[in-house]
Design a protein around this ligand. Sequence first.
Ligand SMILES: Nc1ncnc2c1ncn2[C@@H]1O[C@H](COP(=O)(O)OP(=O)(O)OP(=O)(O)O)[C@@H](O)[C@H]1O
Length: 519
Amino acid sequence: MKICIENKDRHGLVYDISKILLKYNVNIISMEVIKNTTYLETEALSYKGEQKILSELHELSGIVQIKSIMLMPHNEKYQQMDIVFNTINEGIIITDKNGNIIYINKVAVKILKIPNDDILGQNISKALPFCKLLLKTLQTGKKYLHHEVYAEEYDNHYMVSSQPLLDENNNLSGGVAVIRDMETVRQIYQKITGQPSISFKDIIHQSDIMEKLILSAQHYASSNSTILIRGETGSGKELFARAIHNASPRHDNIFLAINCTAIPDTLLESELFGYEEGTFTGANKGGKLGLFELASGGTLFLDEIGDISSTLQAKLLRVLQEHRVRRIGGNREIPINVRIISATNCNLEQMVKDGLFRQDLYYRLNVIPLYLPPLRERKEDIRLLANYLFQSTVNNINTSIKSISQEAFEKLTNYDYPGNVRELSNIIERAINVAQGSQITAEDIILFNQMQNTSCAHDLNEYSTLNLDEALRRTEKNILQQAMKKFSSSRKLGAALGLSHTSVIRKMKEHNLSFDKNN
Ligand SMILES: Nc1ncnc2c1ncn2[C@@H]1O[C@H](COP(=O)(O)OP(=O)(O)OP(=O)(O)O)[C@@H](O)[C@H]1O
């Protein structure tokens, strides 16, 4: 029987209720008193027995009404808590101060892959021995945030935070652990760091060669095979890699890009493979997740792959063959599911012949080869690209420049672009800064060879007796002097040289240059 007895405020009611139950030898399961209401749960009774007790309870003085209830208040609260905790995506485990589990939600059961959720009341050290962080909280009373746990024997990989529960006197009364599976962690990372999603539509082109390339790349997107993109710097290799990822079944997962030449070799190794706690002095506590693990489920773009050391080549080969990584300083193998897209401008075939790049790795990476032609071999794209880059720049700034003149387009089309689309983009940005009228003129288009010719046309012999620093200083001065002949203000000079206004002034001072002296 479960009832609630509303009563007027009076002393001794609980005693009177208990006396009636004792008289009929009825076992009380629980009794709660909240203000003027007493909640009572007894063992199951026969209909007759229940009616007898109810009528005697009604006889007690001060009783307002007696109603039958479905749940005792504490059960109701537990149920509400259970509903809330089962609608969130995090796993929750709550223990008392001795580590006995008093609550675990369904998400935690799923993340921790517990065969049955009947672990309530058991001690966490026995029931969930890999939940060491919560035990640590119970020992120290401290909270710990975002620790990664990989328990191989249970095939568990998750991120956990734990924090103490304190009673009203600030004494430790238990602990709570919040658990996120690694997939969720990756998705959060993707949301925070994710760059705008690039699709094939974002690859501006008009040439047939690019059209064909995009069609093949779209086709390859659905496969899981490695792709090796070849092409000169700035030709759009990363753009293609992103578009392939976003057109692939992996598009909901992460795309990570790393430039293999941008960081020193040892650092690159720890970036890619991660490391275990205590591997290096000064390393992160709890170790570090490598990019292979972080990109699991998604795509890892390895730019400038031709520049990795032979040690890294061997390690990368193992990952591609075994689909597992081993962190530096660790001995466990972590399964990963990453699509590798790599890119290079090196002649890998020649490097293989010269013994500089492993042949077996070359074959593993080069399952699908894509060749991105340099911009000078698809001149039809230049006008469209120039207009696109012009529009995207002027849309973001306040300028009176409306278009690019015909002569400027001609100058742009006749140039060779060693830096490809990235260089074209810089040229357009520089032109927008330099132009004075409503149109970009041919004069505003300053090409790299032009800058080189005007500023660096010096015989190497002239520098051969100088150390490098002095040679660089002279070159810098020459560039400034040449550019100052063309531009009459430090602002324009800065825009043309890709420097801030203040840097130009500083550099002019360093070289004792001024517009009056120079011109
Ligand atoms: N077809 C294109 N349409 C629009 N933007 C492009 C195109 N090709 C390249 N870009 C832009 O040019 C810049 C350089 O492209 P990206 O970084 O993809 O080149 P990359 O070949 O990977 O260069 P690197 O080898 O130096 O890393 C980027 O800002 C990119 O958005």
